[in-house]
Each structure stands twice: as C-alpha cells, then as structure tokens.
Design a protein around this ligand. Structure first.
Ligand SMILES: [Zn+2]
Ligand SMILES: [Zn+2]
Length: 346
C-alpha cells in the first residue's frame, strides 16, 4: 500500500490521518507509517485496507510510543509557583497537555510541593507523569542544577535534603536585599517576597522581577547580566547541596539524576569533563541535551558528551511562565535519534 499523504498542520507539524507527530520530521513520519502498517496487519489478521482505517488512533499511538521515541512529545523540565514559576502547578500541567505533551515532569527548584496537583491533571488526561525536581548544588564555586526524575516523592531523606536547602533561602534573600540597598536600591526583600508564592523558595528570579517592576532593568534577562550574579551588586554566597548529596538523595529515592542545561555553566572543557566524571562516579546517569536554554551548538556538544560518557539524554523547556521563558512548554526539538532517552529508565 502506498504511504498516506503527510499533511503539515498550522503549527508546522507533520500529521498522518490527523495524528500529529509533534516535532518529528517527515522522514520519521514515514518510518512511523511502516510501523503502523505492520501493527494494523498484525491486529487485523491481514486485512490491511480496512484495518488501517479501523485502527484506533490511541491504540496506534501507544504502540508507536514504544516503537519510536521520536514521535513522542516530552517535556521534563519546567517550574510552577511552588518555586519560581509564574503559574500554579496544575496550570503548568494543563498548558503542557494543551501543547501536546505526552510525557511530563514538573521540576521545581528544591521543592516537591507542586507534584501532586500536576500529577492529577496529567493522569486525568491519560498522559504520562514523572515526578521531578531541580536541586541547587554548588560545585567548583559555581551554582549548578541537578534534575531528579521518577523518584518516590515521599522519600524521607530526599525531603529532608530539600528542606535543608530551602531553609537557607530566606536568609540569603535578606543578605541580597542588604547588598542591593548598599547600591541605592532599597526595599528589595519585601519587593521580591511579593512575587514568591512560596516564601521558603524565595529566589533570584523573584528579585529580578521586582527589579524590572521598579525600572532598574528592562527585563529579567538583563537583571541576570548586571545584578545578583557573581561579581555584580546583590550577589551573596550561599551554601547549597554538594553534587554527591544531590545525586544520593535522588537515587536513594529510586530516581535518575540528570545534569540540567549543562550549556549554561561557565566551565572550561576540562572542568566540564571533571564535573561529569564526578557526576557519573557518584551515580549520575543522564544529561539534559535538548533544553530551552541550549543553542543548536550546545545540543551537538552535549549529544557527543552523552555518547562518550554513556549518559542517557533528557529534554525540557525550562518553562517558567508566559513572557519569561526561552521556550514554550513542549516546543522542543527531538533528541538525536541515537541517544538513549532518559525515559527508557522510568
Ligand atoms: Zn536550572
Ligand atoms: Zn529549571
């Protein structure tokens, strides 16, 4: 039978019989068609003609998900008001589903408070939900983020570890405000707190929003160039978790640890390798290859690294809210097809 007509919908996505293949390329869609035909013939005992039409899309999709991870729309990195996102967890999950995400993880900074609300929304829609968190650690004087996936959210050691990171945040915020006052910007603690739905998760993003509000900077991105980063006004040191602690908390709770947006850290090539060696030696198994804050070059570099270190690959938009993100939920390019996606381990 000839392949079906592949149509391009208004989002530029290829679709066959109305079944959208997300960011997959046309070539992938043709491969999917082969699988689909094979499936329909098997299900319907050699009645391919009628079979294809009769095949339930959902049933086909379920099979296709297993057979070809490329047709699967995944977003495993985003934030809600449980940390520094702008939308409540349930709304973030709904938005992801509206954008066609089929496997979703909410990864708030150092807090699991949004997981159950997000999980109910995703489960109700019949999509896949994965527990997630983004742990703030310090390594070599830099703040680095380690993602955790698919862990037991009730695990006592993980919860205690995250609580220990959170408890330092309010104190850090007060010290940041004192530093900003020294350069003539008063009232930042109260101002930033107004943006923090969860006061224990007060973060630099909340300060950034306040600095934009009072006209110190034009947008959040420029705040992170001129303020509250090392060497600039308003930055203070803070003791975060260590690399080993963060990975132990995640793996101890049955999860998988992945390095978040590795392209964002100011590490030399050799420092990056040292970091990844150490990450692997303490039990880290994945790296975020496709990220809202990665360039195409970053994707190529970290794909190579994933192959070399035998890391699985994760992907996520790092969505924080409307108007504040590099990328919309679910709007990710597919992972390079030869990499092992992290969800193989879920
Ligand atoms: Zn991050
Ligand atoms: Zn993030």
């Amino acid at each position: 039978m000839a392949p079906p007509k592949i149509e391009i919908n208004s989002y530029g996505e290829p679709s066959v019989f109305g079944l959208v293949f997300g960011q997959a390329t046309l070539q992938h869609s043709v491969a999917v068609w082969d699988i689909w035909l094979g499936l329909s013939e098997r299900l319907l005992d050699g009645r391919p003609q009628g079979g294809v039409k009769a095949l339930c899309y959902h049933r086909a999709l379920k099979f296709l998900r297993k057979a070809n991870s490329l047709v699967f729309k995944v977003d495993l990195h985003c934030h809600s008001t449980a940390s520094d996102g702008l939308l409540p967890a349930a709304e973030v999950a709904r938005r992801a589903l509206q954008n066609g995400v089929e496997l979703f993880s909410l990864t708030d900074h150092d807090d699991l408070g949004g997981l159950s609300a997000a999980r109910s929304v995703v489960n109700e829609a019949g999509a896949g939900f994965v527990t997630g968190v983004e742990v703030s650690i310090e390594w070599g004087g830099l703040q680095i983020h380690v993602l955790g996936f698919n862990f037991d959210a009730e695990d006592a050691a993980l919860n205690a570890g995250l609580a220990s990171i959170r408890s330092g945040r309010v104190n850090r915020a007060q010290r940041m405000a004192a530093e900003l006052e020294k350069v003539g910007i008063p009232g930042c603690f109260e101002g930033a707190m107004r943006y923090a739905e969860n006061p224990n998760l007060i973060s630099r993003s909340h300060f950034a929003r306040y600095l934009v509000e009072i006209g110190v900077c034009e947008d959040v991105r420029s705040v992170f160039e001129s303020y509250i980063v090392p060497g600039k006004p308003g930055y203070v040191d803070h003791r975060w978790a260590t690399l080993e602690e963060s990975v132990n908390w995640i793996t101890g709770a049955g999860g998988v640890a992945s390095v978040a947006h590795p392209g964002r850290y100011k590490l030399t090539k050799s420092e990056m390798r040292r970091f990844l060696d150490e990450f692997k030696s303490v039990g880290g198994r994945a790296i975020e290859v496709v990220s809202g804050s990665h360039s195409a070059e970053n994707v190529a570099v970290f794909s190579r690294i994933a192959r070399e270190f035998s890391f699985m690959a994760s992907c996520g938009s790092d969505y924080h809210g409307p108007g504040e993100s590099y990328m919309e939920l679910g709007a990710l390019a597919p992972l390079p097809s030869d990499l092992v996606p992290v969800w193989k381990a879920f």
